[in-house]
Write a protein that binds this ligand. Structure first.
Ligand code: SPV
Ligand code: MN
Length: 623
């Protein structure tokens, strides 16, 4: 018998599930949520296949997802104003003594709790509350973190069943303890299309002190799915109070041509800047495409796990040429959820899919859509949204790495950082040291994309591609990075990448060139290539890239291309340094190493410029 309000709204299997967990903290929290949200009933799920199938059925029954022609495929729509992460309405609840950096959205904890609890009061009246248990990271691992999701959205619960490992059994390992994260979500009132009505009251409030996130009046997964970006924030807080890293990073195995070895890399790229496509480079294997935890192992290596087991990927430009494996998975029967694309006669259509027969009408994120339909500002509504997505399990991919579920994780030997940068960084450069690698991550910039609400194409500081999620002072986060690497006996090497360089208005490289950069980095880690030392890092020799382009793509990579791509654009780097000085100047307690590296780089670049009066230097100048 469960005392309190919870006991009144549970059916028998739910009661058994809750009793089976043996965790009073779970019961206490749920009692509070039932009193707050006032659901008509509560279903507590275990992790059986039947329980997982039940969630999917609910999503279909309720119309939060609609089946498509292809077996296993469904479509879900988020509302017209709920198509991306809402950075503005996402806030960290801060007690009076907590000081965060000025770029982090905060609200006084009491005030914020008051507001969100007010918004969520009665939000599940007449609805069913779903309670699910998951593990962030592989189960039975020193990386696993337990997470409880409470939501009234069957789409959210279904997405989590695809994206995360079931954790009901893992919760039992807590033996009644309170070391778990909690996510309370309500999509709020829904309209006829089952999309959130009151996005004006959308709030995502993060209580780092209590390990809880409250999310209301939204459905877009970046706002609603607790285990994704909401858990990333809580994990960053935890990692920075311990001694590990919680990162917005892919994990992949790189497989050099004609060799048997595999070398694992992590990589941080802002949303919609090549993270999934890097992890999916043909011939390589994917461990994860979004979030990784990194810890030191007993031998002093860096170990990484994917905290997810699925992909919530951008669908735009997934086509047979640029992304053949994902395209194949999206066009064959399996369990997957499309969101915010065009559906016509039960067939999905998305931007950049490589089809010329896009229908002139159908259903999309705006409701019934027809070619030429305009929004209220008079702008034409495209047939699919730029941040439209697909959700599926990693196991659906042919190139999934055999160790993606390994409780010990994979040994990370290299880390990539890259943003949308049209004019400064070279395509690839190796950091001069671990500390310089942290500097590269700390100075990552990118032009904004459709993955967040707001104007696109604006250059913005995005340290470690994690700026939206860092809920500790930036200086604390960077210091933790420096310390983490320093104590490793086998430090990963760090690489700055840039896939978005432009010359005369056009991309300098093709999309597939990133394969060459990652193979070069893999070779460097394994001692196979020499490199040229420049003030911004070690860059490749022409002969090595020429040979790589030839063997991989049978392409003649010319010396002119090399010089254009790998010249050090001194003036641009100095401008970037000035932006970084501006960004970090008021940040207290920055690690000394950051300013030392910045100042040294600045001095060296300035000297070059003053001595020669030139804006850019070909690689040969540094030999
Ligand atoms: C991203 O935007 O970085 C994503 C999707 O991975 S979201 O869930 O919106 O964060
Ligand atoms: Mn992401």
């Amino acid at each position: 018998m469960i005392p309190g309000d919870l006991g009144k709204v549970l059916n028998k299997p739910s009661l058994e599930n809750i009793e089976g967990l043996g965790n009073q903290h779970v019961i206490d929290q749920l009692n509070g949520f039932v009193r707050l949200c006032k659901p008509a009933r509560v279903t507590v799920f275990g992790e059986s296949l039947e329980d997982v199938a039940h969630v999917r059925e609910l999503a279909l029954e309720r119309g939060e997802e609609v089946p498509l022609k292809m077996k296993g495929h469904t479509i879900h729509f988020d509302g017209f104003y709920d198509l991306a992460r809402d950075v503005g309405s996402t806030k960290v609840l801060t007690p009076p003594e907590m000081r965060l950096s000025k770029n982090i959205n905060t609200i006084n904890r009491d005030e914020g709790l008051n507001e969100i609890l007010g918004i969520m009061d009665g939000c599940m009246k007449g609805k069913e509350m779903l309670v699910k248990f998951y593990s962030l990271g592989p189960t039975n691992s020193r990386f696993s973190l337990c997470a409880m999701q409470v939501t009234d959205s069957s789409y959210v619960a279904h997405s989590e069943d695809l994206l995360y490992r079931q954790g009901y059994e893992q919760f039992k390992h807590l033996k009644g303890g309170k070391e778990f994260f909690t996510f309370l979500h309500s999509a709020g009132e829904l309209d006829d299309r089952k999309v959130t009505k009151n996005t004006i009251s959308r709030r995502i409030y993060i209580d780092v002190v209590d390990g809880k996130v409250y999310s209301a009046n939204n459905q877009y997964a970046g706002n609603s799915v607790g285990l994704k970006k909401l858990a990333l924030r809580l994990a960053i807080y935890k990692a920075n109070h311990e001694d590990w890293l919680s990162e917005h990073m892919l994990l992949m195995g790189i497989h050099p041509l004609g060799k048997k070895r595999v070398t694992y890399f992590a990589g941080a790229y802002p949303s919609a800047c090549g993270k999934t496509s890097t992890a999916m480079i043909p011939g390589q294997s994917i461990v994860g495409d979004d979030i990784a935890y990194l810890k030191e192992d007993k031998e002093g290596y860096c170990r990484g796990v994917n905290i997810e087991q699925g992909i919530f990927g951008i669908i735009q430009d997934v086509n047979p040429v640029d992304d053949p494996l994902i395209y194949k998975s999206l066009t064959t029967p399996r369990e997957l959820i499309f969101s915010n694309i065009l559906i016509s006669d039960g067939i999905p259509y998305w931007l950049g899919m490589g089809r010329s027969d896009i229908p002139e009408k159908g259903t999309n994120f705006s409701g019934e859509w027809f070619k030429g339909k305009k929004d209220k500002d008079g702008n034409e509504i495209p047939f699919a949204h730029g941040n439209a997505r697909y959700t599926m399990r990693l196991s659906e991919l042919e190139n999934v790495d055999p160790r993606y579920n390994d409780p010990d994780g994979v040994t990370v030997e290299g880390i990539f950082y890259g943003g949308r940068d049209s004019d400064t960084n070279v395509p690839i450069a190796e950091a001069l040291s671990w500390e310089h690698g942290v500097y590269i991550g700390a100075t990552l910039e990118s032009e904004t994309t459709t993955a967040t609400i707001g104007k696109t194409g604006v250059r913005r500081q995005d340290l470690m591609a994690n700026i939206d999620f860092v809920v500790v002072p930036l200086s604390t986060y960077l210091t933790n990075h420096i310390k983490f690497g320093r104590k490793l006996t086998h430090k990963p090497r760090v690489y700055a990448t840039n896939y978005f360089l432009r010359h005369e208005g056009k991309y300098t490289n093709t999309k597939v060139d990133k394969k060459i950069w990652v193979l070069w980095a893999e070779g460097r880690v394994n001692g196979e290539y020499d490199a040229i030392k420049t003030p911004i890092g070690m860059i490749p020799l022409y002969k090595d890239l020429k040979q790589l382009f030839k063997t991989v793509f049978k392409k003649d990579y010319t010396e002119e291309e090399y010089i254009q791509q790998f010249s050090i654009r001194v003036t641009k780097y100095l401008e970037k340094i000035a932006r970084m000085e501006q960004f970090y100047k008021d940040e207290p307690n920055m690690p000394r190493e950051f300013w030392d590296i910045l100042n040294q780089q600045k001095r060296e670049l300035q000297e070059l410029k003053i001595r020669t009066g030139k804006d850019a230097f070909p690689p040969i100048s540094f030999v």
